[in-house]
Design a protein around this ligand. Structure first.
Ligand code: BYC
Length: 336
């Protein structure tokens, strides 16, 4: 069912049975102020619903597109153990996408519509998945940096005001934490291996560091959605706050790995109690968002091909579900 076919969420009924949006808005505002959760059947402002569909949809698409850069290495992982770990991780990402599509569906959009939007290019997915994975060390860098950034961004989302999103994030974050450690461990092994392995690890970190910082979104001053999303308690921290948290967390880890982060301006600032870091290339970020990153076309072409190739599975599943529901209805009729 398409969004337009769905009824709008009901407003709170008044004593006379008529919806009163003023009263409903007041109740919504009070619940947000009291750190309460908004649930699918509750009244919510239309803009809140649209913002959540946009963010949760983008998040779901990121998980599904994010399977590609790593899926690329499943057949080439250097051992059976590495292969099974990588397969489990990529499978987790499919699962994250599914929880998130389900959370978005509670807001009145369906998965087919979201998939169409992704394939047509009207819905976004994270910029980070438009970079290539030419070496095995990229699996380490994605786990350590990309999943590390995802954890910083997503742990606060476990407290997002929309119940189904917040609850989906709890399990996702637990799994991301395992992903981050497996990435760190791959890089640790490489950086303590041969010279060539260490160089491969350093090269991957050099390529993934800046794009990982871009994952947090534009600087606060250029982030049109942040203020409202924070007022609604969907986002709990700003893009720049989370980016700083990630830098502060990652620098000491890079020292343990014995790898260098590719930023000559990275240094501890005693006064701020944080690491200073260099200027991010926002032109590159904007280019990737416009579809001109190194792998944008490939990612969408692969997604479209998978969707087209899966059409028969969806048709068969729908036919089976229709048959089952007819059987249940017949059995009910016979029994009554
Ligand atoms: N890439 O006003 P802003 C993972 C867009 S999956 C692309 O700050 P907002 C993983 C933004 O959508 C990681 N677009 O927006 C999976 C907006 O555009 P529209 C995915 C970006 O929403 C597999 C415009 O720029 N994580 O970890 O307040 C393997 C202005 O931005 C990006 C999530 O999705 C970007 N990086 O804040 C391994 C987390 N940044 O829609 C790992 C949930 C910004 O107005 N999402 N844009 O046209 C969020 O927390 C927020 O949506 C963001 C952006 C912080 C990303």
């Amino acid at each position: 069912m398409h969004t337009a076919d769905r009824p709008a969420p009901a407003a709170v009924p008044t004593q006379h049975g008529q919806p009163d949006t003023t009263e409903a808005q007041a109740e919504f505002d009070a619940r947000i102020a009291a750190e309460g959760r908004i649930e699918p059947r509750d009244w919510m402002p239309e803009a809140y619903r649209k913002t959540l569909i946009r963010q949760i949809g983008q998040h779901a698409h990121s998980e599904i597109i994010g399977m590609q850069p790593e899926g690329n290495w499943i057949t080439r992982a250097p051992s059976l153990k590495r292969k099974s770990i990588l397969m489990a991780k990529v499978q987790d990402e499919a699962g994250h996408g599914l929880y998130l599509y389900s959370a978005a569906e509670t807001l009145g959009i369906d998965r087919d519509t979201m998939t169409e939007q992704l394939i047509e290019g009207t819905a976004r997915y994270s910029s980070i998945f438009n970079y290539p994975t030419p070496t095995w060390a990229d699996m380490g860098a994605i786990g350590w940096l990309v999943d590390g950034a995802a954890i910083c961004n997503q742990v606060p989302l476990c407290r997002a005001s929309y119940g189904p999103y917040a609850r989906a994030m709890v399990r996702i974050c637990k799994e991301e934490s395992f992903h981050q450690r497996q990435g760190f461990e791959i890089l640790y092994e490489l950086s303590h291996g041969t010279e060539a392995q260490k160089a491969m690890a350093q090269d991957a970190v050099d390529r993934w560091w800046w794009p990982s910082l871009m994952m947090f979104g534009p600087p606060d001053a250029d982030s049109p959605n942040s203020a409202q999303s924070m007022a609604w308690k969907i986002k709990r921290f700003s893009n720049d706050e989370l980016r700083q948290r990630f830098v502060d967390m990652t620098v000491p880890q890079s020292e343990v790995l014995g790898l260098t982060l590719p930023d000559p301006d990275l240094k501890w600032n005693e006064d701020r109690g944080h690491y200073d870091f260099g200027e991010i290339d926002w032109t590159e970020f904007k280019e990737v968002l416009k579809g001109r990153g190194p792998c944008n076309h490939l990612r969408i072409a692969n997604r479209k091909a998978a969707h087209d190739n899966g059409a028969w599975v969806r048709e068969a599943a729908s036919a089976y579900a229709a048959k089952q529901s007819r059987r249940t209805a017949d059995a009910y009729q016979e029994a009554s």
